[in-house]
Design a protein. Structure first.
Length: 94
């Protein structure tokens, strides 16, 4: 049992091997894609609407799948100066 465990550590989790860095890169890509990209997209869209158009943007949910490169935005509202909907959509997918 200890020999098998040692082989796994030496073969798969050895930081001197390319396989280890490939696994680390895949894990980071997954975490960044699923967790960080939606937050950045949502905040940047809201800031863009405020800074460039002087309008208020509301977004319910942003999803990004890094494996399929699919971006989904749900519940987008761009409000006019008098808080009336200027542009809105329930679902947008790229």
């Amino acid at each position: 049992m200890a020999i098998i465990r040692t082989e796994i550590i030496n073969n798969w989790l050895n930081h001197k091997r390319k396989r280890f860095w490939g696994i680390v890169a895949l894990i980071l890509y997954t975490i960044i894609g699923f967790a960080l990209v939606p937050v950045v997209v949502k905040n940047n869209l809201i800031d863009l609407a405020h800074d460039d158009f002087n309008r208020t943007a509301q977004i319910e949910q942003v999803e990004f799948n890094p494996y399929f490169l699919r971006l989904r935005i749900r519940g987008f509202n761009l409000l006019d100066v008098d808080n009336e909907p200027l542009i809105s959509f329930d679902h947008f997918s790229i």
